[in-house]
Design a protein around this ligand. Sequence first.
Ligand code: F6P
Length: 332
Amino acid sequence: MSPEAAHGGHPAHIGVFTSGGDAPGMNAAIRAVVRTAHYHGLAVSGIYEGFEGMVQNNVKRLGIRDVSNIIQRGGTILRSARSKAFMTEEGRARAKAHLDQWGIDALIAIGGDGTFRGASLFAKEHGMPVIGISGTIDNDLRGTDRSIGFDTATNTAMEMIDRIRDTASSHDRLFFVEVMGRTSGAIALHCGIAAGAEFVMVPEYRQGIDELIQVLQRAARSKSSVIVIVAEGDEEGGAYEVARKVKGRFAHYDTRVSVLGHVQRGGNPTVADRLLASRSGVTAVEGLLEGRSGAMVGEVNGRMAFTPFEEVVAGPPTMDDELLRILGILSI
Ligand code: F6P
């Protein structure tokens, strides 16, 4: 019996795609979706370049062995792209026509908030079941304690900051290190604690230059190096801007700036990301089989859970004040 013939109320052919910024662990999630679909006798196709691939009919059937040897690779084998066409009703209608040609009757979208907004709209407009899997280094989604890619990105940033610490303490220097996070300070705060930073600046809170200077004054009395981590979206500006403002007030400091950039997005996923991706992929396919739609699968208190897209994108999760407090205590 072909997988398509198995249709009995539940989906028979899943289309899986990645969208938005890539994140380490996306490949592990793709692998899990493909293998779980085959395990349950469903057909599965990869849609290349996200929503744009739907509009352009860039689709390929995926067999069990098409996802061999990818669990350990960063990036996404399905690639990712922005799609202006999908933002129009006409573009989405073309996308649906292409999915119909392939017999794709359910989608699994791997990405962040923008991905789930598009997926949610498409699901409602065309009555297509869609399940989301978190895939963003920013960890800025509600409905999951961590998003796929966050652990790897944070570990990468922490390793880089450890290296910066080696050179900073050899020269009595003050370093401003910029990490990713246009609207989210999660990477900054987590690797700030893990790398023993003296101060962290995040978009969620307005920590002014005055507060920073107080910390620097205190640190200067007893420390051989000082590291300030700045999330790229901080209101005071990026690391260069913050360094410029501090230098204006503390000219005697020997300061340096380091912007970590896209190294944080690449690399082999950690165990935690591979596990989360594998669990998410299995749960997503089985969720479709149970008749679920319009929700993202995430890990909440250690267990897999579904959260409606509307809630996932309702705003970033609130920052963990306790972590900021811990950083303040441990950086004295
Ligand atoms: O969403 C992930 C992220 O890495 C953000 O932290 C960052 O602001 C953005 O993507 C950069 O995206 P790009 O350079 O791909 O446009």
